[in-house]
Design a protein around this ligand. Structure first.
Ligand code: B12
Ligand code: SF4
Ligand code: SF4
Length: 265
């Protein structure tokens, strides 16, 4: 069943990308299966905060979280290297298109799993966050870590064996499959042996430090791009209601495009 799900995801994305209306180019998806009852996940209400919802609150009887990391195609990501202060409209579009595609992929998976007698639910709160706390009630990074997709970089991104220049998606299910475990090898080069801090040096507003991240300067910076590129739809909803819910596609991403861990090869 795990192999079949991986193949369904791969095929769906390949076909989706062929549409004339889609300009984003994606690479090969990585898929992992997290145990919804893994102590790391059950402890998130303590480690992150009681606001964080559990898989059971999304789907009663949740067993497995399907986690997907989808990299942007490397040649597509390379276009980013040519620019400096602001990001290209293409990236804003890529963010919006990837988010929209994930929603359709999730609906596709839900209907296939239903035919097989399984239930599945989208953790809708993953698409919302507060611009006061900069936290979502569903952390895609933490669940994808539990699914064995990668480890946490000091750029605040999940770094996978394919890199970190991509986006994450989760689906909560009651699938009956063997869960994957978090990977043991540290993938961030700073955490591994101190040999890199490119992301810290490259951040134009000092958001990233080797001992943590300050979300506010990053937020202010990427909102300049959001103001510039209006009309591209939204990737997120601000639960405080302070920012526009009509157009909310924010992007900078220098820390995930111009770092050695963006793509390992
Ligand atoms: C809020 C948010 C933002 C905010 C705040 C980011 C911040 N730095 O705090 C803003 C809008 C600024 C932002 C910017 C970006 N974001 Co953002 N963001 C989110 C969102 C919606 C919620 C994040 C959240 O609630 N995290 C939970 C809190 C508790 O985690 P945290 O504050 O990051 O800190 C924790 C980790 O550092 C962790 N930690 C430390 N060490 C370790 C070790 C291990 C093993 C683990 C598991 C954890 C861990 O502990 C900390 C506290 O518990 C998620 C989507 C989602 N629903 O998850 C996307 C998400 C994290 N963002 C993503 C991306 C790509 C970006 C940008 C590159 C996009 C851009 N706009 O240019 C930038 C990069 C900024 C950066 N380097 O952090 C991707 C990350 C993909 C990946 N490879 O991991 C996500 C998952 C969206 C997606 N669908 O893929 N983002
Ligand atoms: S750029 Fe280097 S230090 Fe920063 S997250 Fe990637 S590997 Fe770690
Ligand atoms: S997205 Fe840009 S501003 Fe935000 S942390 Fe990364 S490099 Fe810094």
């Amino acid at each position: 069943m795990k192999t079949r799900i991986k193949e369904i995801i791969r095929e769906f994305i390949k076909e989706y990308e062929k549409q004339d209306c889609i300009s984003t180019k994606w690479g090969e998806p990585l898929v992992g299966f997290a145990d919804a009852k893994h102590p790391f996940i059950l402890d998130l209400k303590n480690t992150l905060g009681s606001y964080h919802v559990t898989p059971d609150e999304v789907l009663d009887g949740a067993k497995i979280i399907i986690a997907c990391y989808l990299p942007f195609a490397k040649e597509f990501a390379d276009t980013y290297r040519e620019i400096d202060e602001i990001s290209l409209r293409e990236w804003t579009v890529a963010y919006k298109e990837t988010t929209a595609m994930f929603k359709k992929l999730n609906l596709h998976l839900i209907s296939i799993l239903k035919e097989e007698g399984f239930r599945a639910e989208i953790p809708a709160m993953a698409s919302e966050f507060s611009t006061e706390t900069f936290r979502s009630k569903w952390s895609l990074v933490h669940h994808s870590y539990a699914a064995g997709l990668g480890t946490m970089g000091i750029n605040n991104m999940l770094i996978t064996e394919s890199g970190c220049c991509g986006r994450l998606n989760n689906l909560v299910t009651d699938l009956d499959v063997e869960p994957d475990e978090p990977i043991k090898e540290e993938l961030c080069l700073y955490k591994k042996n101190g040999s890199c801090k490119v992301c810290v040096d490259i951040c134009p507003v000092g958001s990233l430090r080797t001992d943590g991240c300050d979300a506010l300067p990053c937020w202010d910076y990427i909102m300049r791009n959001a103001d510039l590129y209006t009309g591209e739809g939204k990737t997120y909803t601000d639960v405080t209601g302070k920012t526009s819910n009509i157009c909310f596609t924010d992007f900078c991403g220098k820390c995930v495009t111009q770092a050695p861990c963006a793509f390992w090869k």
